[in-house]
Write a protein that binds this ligand. Structure first.
Ligand code: G6P
Ligand code: MN
Length: 444
């Protein structure tokens, strides 16, 4: 008995980090077979050959393959990791530039960049889940594909029977930062949290003695003693984008000191200031395209040429570890705590029960058990309600190909000031996404 793991969207530059983690925990997760899938032949060829070499030098008992055929990849799968990006980072850059041109933030998950991306990703994800339900109905589908908030809302409503868990590595990354600040191991702290994906707050941080550390953090931030978290991301290098972003967490906590905000709230708390802080000519997607997209593929080519990955610098990090740990918690019935996007069903007492929320859950062989958060304050509830209204209408617009619903969704997004701005951007997006969006949008 063993487990076949599959990575869909394996052309992502995050794949080596996941492979690194799979190898490290191979025995724990009973890994016997790994298959990489992508619709892009060039990318899956490079990632696939890299992975075969990387794996064979560390665990030559694990069968590794790659393919562009989805059914072949999913055949007899036990755990499927999904991390697709329709239109790749090139289209992400187009989203950002289009929004900047109209004076708005077009980030890949927040603001209208997220809207365009959602309408590209949701149809592709639904097709993958549908195929998985036919080919490997027993498999767990663990999803990192963005924009997770709308992807989860679309999948959970369309295929409630799918064993799919939608997760994000940002809460765990921030948890590690808080733990580091206090000199703790992250595993020894319990974080209370609620929200939506890329739209949440930490309310308490308990140590093993039951002491809440959040009041101390608040005091240190408000008094100015604490000025920033460590911002090491992207292959371990200090990155200007994340440096500014984590500084904005401190700024957001200072501005609204009740709860520690997830970093993505910077786009909503400080929309206008974000427009001043970030370069409109050379956006985040441009920097990913000029950086990680090149260096990771260079490294794959080097490994393939040398026929050895023994000295490769590509290793497991928080992103890979989080998704593999989630699978391990199911496989080994560990009942560990993870922050997951789930149907609310009362977890947040005073929030729409029929809406996906992001809350801590215990994860084991029996699936997930969300933690009851209780009632949340008016401020956070109201912010979440507007955002959830946007997300739900964006999903409906996507599934129905409805321009009316698209315009309604767009106006509900806090980064959009008016109908005129929203309409201008929607009209451009419709033109720029003809290859990806629901064809019904274009039926006159
Ligand atoms: C974090 C988020 C992901 C997001 C990524 C973008 O990890 O949780 O949802 O995709 O950042 O990183 P990038 O380096 O591509 O801007
Ligand atoms: Mn995320």
């Amino acid at each position: 008995m063993g487990n076949k793991f599959v990575i869909i969207g394996a052309g992502s530059t995050h794949t080596p980090g996941i492979i690194g983690s799979l190898v490290e925990k191979a025995d724990e997760i009973q890994l016997t077979e790994l298959c990489l899938h992508d619709i892009d032949y060039e990318r899956v060829y490079h990632m696939g050959e890299f992975s075969k070499i990387y794996m064979s030098e560390r665990r030559n008992d694990i069968k590794t393959s790659w393919t562009t055929d989805l059914k072949e990849a999913l055949s007899e799968a036990d755990y499927v990791f999904i991390q697709i990006r329709p239109g790749r980072n090139e289209q992400r850059a187009i989203d950002e530039h289009t929004c900047y041109k109209h004076g708005l933030i077009g980030q890949e998950t927040c603001g209208l960049g997220g809207f365009a991306f959602a309408l590209r990703t949701i149809p592709a994800i639904l097709e993958i889940v549908k195929t998985a339900l036919e080919v490997c109905p027993q498999a767990w589908l663990l999803n990192y594909s963005n924009p997770e908030a709308m992807v989860s809302e679309a999948v959970y409503r369309t295929y409630p029977q799918a064993k799919m868990l939608c997760i994000c590595d940002m809460p765990i990354s921030q948890q590690e930062q808080v733990a580091e600040y206090f000199g703790y191991d992250e595993k020894d702290l319990t974080f209370k949290y609620f929200g939506l994906n890329h739209f949440g707050w930490f309310t308490n941080v308990y140590n093993k003695e039951g002491k809440d550390l959040l009041p101390q953090l608040r005091e240190d931030v408000v008094s100015g003693k604490m000025t920033g978290f460590n911002a090491v991301q992207d292959e371990g290098k200090l990155d200007d984008y994340w440096f500014k972003t984590f500084n904005n967490v401190i700024k957001g906590f200072k501005a609204y000191p009740d709860f520690l905000p997830l970093c993505y709230l910077q786009y909503y708390y400080f929309h206008d200031e974000m427009l001043e802080q970030f370069d409109h000519e050379f956006t985040r997607a441009d920097s990913v395209l000029a950086g990680r997209e090149i260096t990771v593929y260079q490294e794959c080519r080097r490994v393939i040429e040398n026929k050895s990955a023994k000295d490769s610098y590509l290793v497991a990090g928080v992103h890979g570890n989080y998704i593999v740990n989630l699978a391990s918690s199911i496989i080994n019935d560990k009942k560990e705590r993870f922050i997951v996007n789930v149907m609310n069903n009362g977890a947040i007492g005073n929030f729409n029960h029929d809406a996906v929320v992001e809350v801590p859950c215990y994860v084991g062989a029996a699936g997930i058990e969300p933690v009851a958060v209780g009632y949340i304050p008016q401020f956070h509830k109201s912010l979440m309600e507007a955002q959830k209204g946007y997300e739900k209408l964006a999903v409906e617009a996507c599934l129905e190909g409805s321009q009316e619903k698209a315009l309604q969704a767009i106006l509900l997004n806090k980064t959009v000031p008016s109908y005129r701005k929203g309409k201008e951007i929607l009209d451009e997006f419709l033109e720029l996404n003809k290859d990806y969006w629901n064809p019904k949008f274009y039926n006159k």
